[in-house]
Design a protein around this ligand. Sequence first.
Ligand code: SF4
Ligand code: SF4
Length: 150
Amino acid sequence: MSLCLACGFCCDGTLFNRVPLTEAEAPALKVPLQVVDGQHHARQPCPALEGTACRVYAERPFTCRRFRCLLLEAHEATEVSLSGAVEIVEATRALRATLAAALSRPDAGRIVDEARALRGPLEPAVAQALERLEKQLAFHFLGQRSRQPR
Ligand code: SF4
Ligand code: SF4
């Protein structure tokens, strides 16, 4: 098992909310393109994601080929074992589930954006769950990188 097949956070909406791609790359994903600020993209969860696997892996967009999260880099540098990295993925998934439960919504990558989109003061349980998840995502996956777009 590879780390990415145990994860999928960069495809399911947990880390990003869209996949930048060119018009030439779009047919592989079989979705209508959207355009924001002149940039073509497909919304996440990515329509090419099946479970935690990419259905178009051999033809995936350049932005997907280029992206490597901090955890993957650390694992490839043998700083974190596969089992240790998977534990971090599972701990992150648990934090995401806690956020979803606090919002009484199904657990899915898009829950991060749903929580951020809420207007007005957040319920304490939601605010705490969102803060813990965002810290986890920044520390283990994104670092100083912006969450969107990738
Ligand atoms: S690159 Fe990182 S976030 Fe994306 S699937 Fe692999 S381990 Fe998960
Ligand atoms: S095309 Fe594949 S690698 Fe890229 S976001 Fe979609 S599922 Fe992930």
